[in-house]
Ligand binder design. Structure first.
Ligand SMILES: [Zn+2]
Length: 448
């Protein structure tokens, strides 16, 4: 790329064409300085380091990264933040009762407003792609809405209003839980989700809620549809020991083994949590080149435990990250927690490099959610970019060569200054360009 080939951008019109990044992470261990990124529509078409800023380029001071992917979200659970922390002797199962109370009372209108506000909070935190693991499907009594995908469609609208990319992981839920979670059987689930349509910023994927909620025959139907459609397939796997014990008692095998038997690992499969795995499960998921979505801030909030991320990566699995229950929304915190929790568990530093953690937060999540063209800054990639300020109190004084490491280990969501999704700027100077995010959250949560 030479300066002569670059064009001015039209600020505010959503047609950025040339960006100049003070520093950009292009995939190696250290960021590059003075990087020009040329965009055409929603794609990156050229990248060149060591360039002066041409007149008219959008200048991005700080460190520019590929957009962050939040691969596991239940947006309505944002309303639980701060409300579940006083239960003495609590556990995942007590927390789940509080979550069910919320899920049982939220109406369609508030559900959409809360999803929009939560996705907008994600945008401010640098999230350019979210995977919504969506299992709230029906009326409170379990009868379908007149529009059977009313709530799924509202998730799609919410992400579009927040300006971020979405994979709607429509979740099969057949047993237990609340009536509004459940479809009558897996074929009814398949017929319903087959009516969902992808758009420029939204794709459809499948999920098996868990082996608690879907029997092996149902799991086989879901996996088969995901394979035929080329959809990503996600499932909660072994988040709690009790889930393993119940699966062993009923089926004589572990959840991962059950899902393998149902054909799930033949899809683009992501195991969410994977906290309590047998050694054979680690080999099974690694050998299948499955993705593991760790959600450390939720896993610690719910006292789940620490998953074997290092062993899984060593066995061949890839890693992605999710904020799950949204106890907080900060992908930098999720990324470093994978390593820091493992340090506490093993007494060893450095199982996951800053580079590996940054990949989990970007390309790992994009691949897991069925957007393999995202999560990197290179020609042909999706023009999804996030810029982190290096002059905040947390990062001031960082040497350029250490900027990726410092960002992964010390940045906060509030350090994000610019977010670009598909070539359109969604966050500018740390503020959402169309939504007052705090006011939206206040209104949605206040309405509950
Ligand atoms: Zn979850």
């Amino acid at each position: 790329v030479t300066e002569g080939t670059l064009h001015a951008h039209a600020r505010g019109a959503g047609t950025l064409t040339t960006l100049w990044c003070e520093l950009a992470w292009l995939g190696g261990p250290e960021p590059q300085e003075r990087v020009l990124v040329e965009l055409e529509g929603e794609r990156i078409v050229a990248v060149a380091a060591g360039e002066a800023a041409p007149a008219g380029a959008l200048s991005l001071p700080g460190l520019t990264l590929p957009g962050l992917a939040n691969a596991h979200s239940h947006s309505f659970q944002r309303a639980l933040r701060g409300r579940t922390q006083r239960a003495r002797g609590g556990s995942f199962w007590r927390w789940r009762e509080q979550m069910y109370e919320l899920a049982d009372t939220i109406d369609a209108e508030v559900f959409e407003a809360l999803a929009r506000a939560t996705f907008a909070e994600m945008a401010l935190a640098g999230v350019t792609l979210v995977g919504e693991f969506h299992y709230l499907h029906h009326n409170r009594d379990g009868t379908p809405y007149a529009e059977p995908n009313l709530l799924g469609e509202s998730v799609i609208r919410a992400a579009a209003a927040a300006g971020i990319r979405l994979t709607l992981l429509d979740t099969c839920y057949l047993e237990g839980g609340l009536p509004r979670f459940r479809d009558p059987d897996a074929n009814a689930w398949a017929a319903r989700v087959s009516q969902l349509r992808s758009s420029a910023l939204a794709r459809v994927g499948a999920a098996i809620h868990s082996v608690r909620a879907v029997d092996p025959a149902g799991a086989r139907v879901v996996a088969g549809l995901a394979v035929r459609r080329g959809w990503p397939l996600h499932a909660h796997v072994s988040e709690q020991r009790r889930e393993n014990e119940a699966c062993l008692a009923e089926h004589g095998i572990t959840p991962a083994e059950l899902l393998e038997g149902a054909g799930a690992l033949e899809a683009n499969f992501t195991a969410v949590h994977a906290t309590h795995l047998a050694d054979a499960d680690i080999a099974r998921l690694g050998g299948a080149r499955a993705c593991i979505c760790m959600c450390p801030t939720t896993e610690r909030d719910l006292a789940d435990g620490i998953g074997p991320a290092c062993a899984l990566a060593g066995a061949g699995a890839s890693l992605a990250l999710g904020s799950d229950s949204h106890a907080c929304i900060d992908l930098f915190e999720e990324a470093r927690a994978v390593e820091l929790d493992e340090r506490l568990a093993t007494g060893t530093r450095g199982s996951h490099s800053p580079l590996a953690l940054a990949r989990a937060a970007t390309a790992g999540g994009y691949a897991s959610l069925g957007w393999p063209a995202g999560g990197r800054i290179e020609p042909g990639a999706l023009a999804d970019l996030v810029t982190v300020a290096l002059d905040s109190p947390r990062l001031a004084g960082t040497r350029h060569r250490d900027a990726l490491d410092a960002t992964v280990f010390a940045a906060a969501a509030g350090d994000v200054r610019s977010v670009i999704v598909g070539g359109r700027q969604v966050v500018r100077d740390g503020a959402h360009v169309t939504l007052d995010v705090a006011t939206e959250l206040q209104a949605a949560i206040g309405a509950l």
